[in-house]
Design a protein around this ligand. Structure first.
Ligand SMILES: Cc1ncc(COP(=O)(O)O)c(C=O)c1O
Length: 370
């Protein structure tokens, strides 16, 4: 059975009746239950009610959807965006629009499951390259192809917190005439200037054909989006199946909440700065202990212990100490790479981070990991 949260999302939550420091949610900027965000959602609830009860292309499109798409485009520095009900739908909607039978997709072996599903739905041939391995990608790109080519990657990999080598991929995409798509669900609101994402972190804004993202993580709401040129988005709008066939597009209150967060983050760099201060502080403490955090450079900090039973035991031990960090096991990560996935938020105080690091140290010592 799943654990149950009896409080708003935050640095501390009531989980199964117990107050714990939450080191497991994607609430990177700590804004999921910010009073101004709740207020914005409430206002939209009063104005537009709860559900849309129709797809956006029929009678489910509200002013907040239009405003959100404009604000997102401005924030991401792209011509246009299209909002979906979640990141999974954005990926499963856009990939089959980009490619089909006779085309080829080049996909990193650690890409998110929703990218994999989008690839499968497209009926294009899927060629999987080794994680971040440009020689492996190029080897596949050299094979002859009659149709279109699409390279797709996560910007930030969700289980390891490492970054895709976007500049090198962009070069290969140019060299071999492939479209280039980045899913930046964990980079938006986190990476780059003002948290505009991993593409901007690398200064590649005009070299990526299409981006997908999620509003359920740094933006503290729910929903997904596709970002690209105006022409591309207008072509996608009547065609993406996960967009046109759903009568449950993003609820207006969720759109209003995401819109509020984007405004806050666009006007005030301190949320993103705080996230990075916390991330650096915590990563330093954990590294000093001699724990293996892999190749993370982001607020996703895996504490890799290897053995599955050990990861589960450690997660339970931490829970009893008042800290919640999720154990991640096969098939989410390869066999022998079980871990605790620790997620850092701007909402954590230094005390939260110290308590979490102390508990991890104590637990790791008790279990003979360090
Ligand atoms: C890389 C990546 N893409 C897409 C998604 C899906 O986003 P959403 O939660 O909005 O469906 C996730 C969510 O976990 C993700 O990690």
């Amino acid at each position: 059975m799943y654990r149950t949260v009896y409080s708003p999302q935050g640095a501390r939550v009531n989980l199964d009746g117990r107050e714990v420091i939450n080191m497991a949610s994607n609430n990177y900027l700590g804004l999921a239950s910010h009073p101004d965000v709740i207020q914005a959602a409430k206002k939209a609830l009063d104005a537009y009610g709860v559900g849309t009860t129709a797809s956006r292309n029929i009678v489910g499109n509200f002013p907040v959807h239009n405003e959100l798409e404009k604000a997102l485009a401005k924030y991401k520095d792209v011509e246009a965006t299209l909002v979906f009900n979640c990141g999974v739908s954005a990926n499963t909607g856009v990939i089959p629009f980009l490619v089909g039978k006779g085309d080829v997709i080049y996909s990193d072996e650690l890409n998110h499951g929703s990218i994999i599903d989008g690839c499968r739905l497209s009926r294009a041939q899927i060629k999987v390259y080794r994680h971040k391995d440009m020689a492996s990608l190029e080897e596949l790109l050299k094979e002859p192809v009659k149709g279109k080519k699409l390279i797709v990657t996560d910007g930030v990999f969700s289980m390891d917190g490492d970054l895709a080598p976007l500049p090198e991929i962009a070069d290969l995409a140019d060299q071999y005439g492939a479209m280039f798509m980045v899913d930046d669900a964990h980079g938006d609101g986190v990476m780059g200037p003002m948290g505009r994402g991993t593409v901007d972190h690398f200064g590649l804004r005009h070299r990526v054909y299409v981006e997908t993202g999620s509003l359920s993580k740094a933006f503290g709401s729910a929903g997904g989006f596709v970002a690209g040129s105006k022409e591309f988005i207008e072509a996608l709008r009547p065609k993406a199946r996960s967009f046109i066939f759903t009568a449950s597009p993003m609820a207006p209150c969720l759109a209003a909440a995401a819109l509020k967060v984007i405004k806050m983050v666009s006007e005030d760099e301190s949320y993103v700065k705080k996230l990075w201060e916390n991330r650096e502080y915590f990563a330093r403490r954990i590294t000093k202990l001699g724990l293996n955090i892999g190749s993370t450079v982001t607020p996703i900090i895996p504490v890799i212990v290897g053995d599955e039973a050990l990861a589960q035991k450690m997660s339970q031990d931490l829970f009893e100490k008042g800290i919640f960090a999720q154990a991640i096991l096969f098939p989410m990560v390869p066999k022998g790479a079980a871990r605790l996935r620790v997620m850092i938020s701007a909402g954590h105080t230094k005390e939260d981070l110290d308590l979490a690091a102390n508990a991890i140290e104590e637990s790791a010592k008790a279990m003979g990991i360090i």
